[in-house]
Design a protein around this ligand. Structure first.
Ligand SMILES: Cc1ncc(COP(=O)(O)O)c(C=O)c1O
Length: 466
């Protein structure tokens, strides 16, 4: 076989990760071979050259190569270099061979690329803003004693300002409670509400369902259509339903915005039964066609408990979110947290405050919005031929409706090619919808393109009956 010289290796190392560098490098090279970015017979750079390129010790590269040689991905030919193993016939991504034909080592580990809906894209060019915030935290003196269980007063004011600018939801600092994210905010709200079942959208957000169930309440499934939660079905639900959890800005996972008419009907129904509404406004910063519809909370601030999160802008690792409700409700929740010393960690709050104050978060949102708008269009044009697509105007995922069996086959074959795509069926409880929920936030441009190619290839094969 002729041996070709590899282009610069498509690898990325994260020095802040707890994963040792040799393991990261091995993962990265394995993934490049697996998705076809490196093909059989291709020559890798020498350990010395690659170490210099990556700015790591030569031993890091040697360890990674040794590992991959042991696994069978690479071969080392003494005196002439390291090559992608000849047994890996053709590129997986170019469609020349099906994954099953490839003599891949059995233990591939995690899928190379996850098209999940929960991980945002972070503009690396803005990384200095993140570092600046944590330097501020390091330089500050942590206050003695437990933090205020409702959150730092300055942060509550900054969040109130942020959501009034981004969401048009006017609120005061006293109406904001800092949480550890949406599910935590939901759990805190449920604790302070009268007992009774909670209605949810079906299909819907799994973590919300799990949180409601673990609060000891029963969960009532309500169907969803293009306008949002079906209020007629809700009206037919048991009288003791005390709260309704909804995602009006961007129904999760179908991607529709709740229509104005449906909002009015929902509020009327909630009033009729004396129920609260819990509005999960998880990604409304990202809307590409028109400004997001006003928050439900604007229409009935006394009855709606509004939940927001930093997970979609800064990342779910920070575990910071917020709850907006009447000051009395916020103080009640704060009192319950106080009794068990549950308060938001000071460093994360202080860092978020700094990111809000110096405009980092706003810049991050602006650049991510541009990125998602572009990716959304690419996804729309690539997948539209295969079925009905929804969710393209907002957020970081699109939902392709398919039969359940087609979706399952496509997802299984994509997974064999190293791409994990969530199934719409997994978000359903009593609903019987099928499709793929394609998240395009937390992947690099290269991975996004190759994963989409793989999904399209499998959809094409499915349409062609192969
Ligand atoms: C519907 C919905 N709400 C909220 C979140 C974020 O949750 P948290 O703030 O707990 O990270 C997600 C994340 O994927 C989501 O899909």
């Amino acid at each position: 076989m002729s041996r070709r010289v590899a282009a610069p290796l498509p690898v990325a190392l994260n020095r802040e990760s707890a994963d040792p560098l040799p393991r990261q490098l091995a993962d990265s090279v394995r993934s490049a071979v697996h998705r076809g970015a490196l093909t059989a017979g291709e020559r890798l750079p020498s350990t010395r050259a690659l170490a210099a390129d990556l700015g790591v010790a030569r031993g890091v590269v040697a360890d990674a190569f040794d590992q991959l040689i042991a696994e069978g991905w690479l071969t080392g030919v003494r005196g002439s270099g390291t090559f992608v193993a000849a047994g890996l016939r053709g590129s997986i991504a170019d469609g020349a061979s099906r994954a099953a034909d490839v003599a891949a080592p059995a233990n591939i580990g995690r899928p190379a690329i996850r098209l999940d809906t929960g991980t945002p894209w972070l503009d690396e060019r803005l990384r200095a803003g993140w570092s600046r915030a944590w330097r501020t935290v390091a330089a500050a003196r942590m206050p003695a004693g437990y933090p205020d269980p409702r959150g730092l007063p300055e942060l509550r004011a900054a969040i109130a300002d942020h959501i009034s600018r981004h969401r048009g939801l006017a609120c005061a600092a006293g109406e904001v409670l800092v949480t550890a994210g949406t599910a935590h905010g939901l759990a805190l709200a449920l604790e302070a509400m009268p007992s009774g079942p909670v209605a949810v959208e079906d299909p819907g957000y799994r973590a919300a369902v799990a949180t409601i169930a673990s609060s000891g309440r029963s969960v009532v499934d309500v169907p969803v259509d293009q306008e949002g939660i079906d209020v007629e079905s809700l009206a037919a639900a048991a009288d003791d339903v005390r709260a309704v959890y909804v995602t009006p800005a961007h129904q999760h996972p179908l991607g529709f915005a709740m229509s104005a008419g449906r909002r009015v009907a929902l509020i009327a129904e909630a009033r009729r039964r004396g129920a609260a509404m819990i509005e999960d406004d998880y990604d409304s910063e990202f809307r590409y066609d028109v400004a997001p519809l006003p928050a439900l909370a604007q229409l009935d601030p006394e009855r709606v408990i509004y939940l927001g999160t930093a997970s979609k802008t800064l990342g779910p690792g920070l575990r910071v979110g917020w709850l907006v409700a009447t000051a009395a409700f916020v103080d009640d929740v704060g009192g319950r947290r106080d009794a068990r010393h549950d308060a938001p960690p000071w460093p994360a709050q202080r860092a978020l405050l700094s990111m809000l104050d110096d405009g980092y978060l706003t810049r991050l949102v602006r650049s991510a919005r541009r990125q998602y708008a572009t990716r959304s269009q690419v996804v729309q044009s690539a997948l539209a031929p295969f079925g009905e697509l929804s969710g393209g105007a907002a957020g970081m995922y699109a939902t392709l409706s398919l039969t359940r069996s087609t979706a399952a086959r496509v997802a299984r074959r994509a997974l064999a090619d190293g791409v994990e795509v969530p199934l719409l069926a997994d978000y359903c409880r009593t609903a019987r919808r099928g499709g793929l929920v394609i998240g395009y936030g937390g992947v690099s441009d290269v991975d996004f393109a190759s994963a989409l190619n793989i999904v399209v290839r499998e959809l094409r094969a499915e349409s062609a009956g192969r």
